[in-house]
Design a protein around this ligand. Structure first.
Ligand SMILES: Nc1ncnc2c1ncn2[C@@H]1O[C@H](COP(=O)(O)OP(=O)(O)O)[C@@H](O)[C@H]1O
Ligand SMILES: [Mg+2]
Length: 247
């Protein structure tokens, strides 16, 4: 579904992504792990068009999407959440998701009031999928950190992606919230059939949900494999998992 080859991105001579490659099949849940600064977020920004690569190619469903603008890539079926929560605080939970639904349809909230009512069912469905229905009328700024992160996923789902990219979905969450997010990702993958690419520091979550894992370091994708293979890899154990590998 997604194929990345030889991807490079530098910032003022600093190579943040270096000859990265990645392959994702439809229906897979793929984790990218690696220390802070490894280039995970930059890689995601390149895939979703927030950044333009210096070289290399990104193919999505047999189409070369390298360098296309973010809104075009979003409409082709790649949705993402951000490492830093990206929510309109003054709007309600419902409105935040509705905007994403309307954006996909090429409308905006203010210009097309009829569209606003049309998106109600779909927005409600997205909120039900992530378990936020009861908080739909809450002002987003009042949400707990964990609920805001889930709202971010809901916003990403509003663009009705086939490939969902999540940047540290459980960052800053309590253990309970992390467990709920793991359940949510499992449901999105299983019930909705979404393909998921995510990066995450919680190795428990990574090893319990990922079908395959890619390890990044210094911008390069150094190892890709099944969780068992990555877990067994001594280089990975020493450098990136700190010996603290769940078995
Ligand atoms: N816009 C930018 N300008 C300059 N340097 C950047 C920019 N974005 C990321 N970097 C640098 O690129 C490296 C990789 O960052 P990032 O992709 O955020 O890593 P990760 O998500 O794995 O922690 C870091 O050293 C970071 O400082
Ligand atoms: Mg990051």
């Amino acid at each position: 579904m997604l194929r990345i080859t030889g991807l490079n991105k530098s910032f003022d001579g600093f190579q943040a992504v270096a000859d990265a490659s990645l392959d994702i099949e439809k229906g897979e849940v793929v984790a990218v792990i690696g220390p802070n600064g490894a280039g995970k977020t930059t890689l995601f920004n390149l895939i979703t068009g927030q950044l333009t690569p210096d070289s290399g190619e990104i193919w999505f469903r047999e189409e070369n999407i390298t360098g296309l603008p973010a809104h075009v890539i979003s409409r082709k079926g790649i949705g993402r959440s951000f490492q830093i929560v990206n929510v309109f605080d003054r709007l309600t939970v419902f409105e935040n998701v509705q905007i994403a639904v309307l954006a996909r349809r090429g409308n905006t909230l203010n210009l097309f009031r009829p569209a606003r009512s049309m998106a109600v069912k779909e927005t409600g469905d997205v909120l039900a999928n992530v378990g936020l229905s009861e908080k739909r009328t809450m002002t987003s700024g009042m949400l707990s950190h964990g609920d805001r992160k889930v709202l971010e996923i809901a916003i990403a789902l509003g663009s009705r992606p086939e490939l969902l990219i999540l940047d540290e979905p459980t960052a800053g969450m309590s253990p309970d919230e992390t467990a709920a997010t793991l359940d949510l990702m499992t449901r999105l993958s299983g019930d909705l059939g979404l393909t998921i690419l995510f990066c995450e520091h919680d190795m428990g979550l990574v090893f319990s949900i990922a079908n395959r894992i890619t390890v990044m370091n210094h911008g390069a994708t150094i190892i890709q494999g099944l969780p068992e293979d990555v877990r067994r890899n001594r280089q990975v154990q020493k450098a990136y998992l700190g010996g603290d590998v769940p078995c």
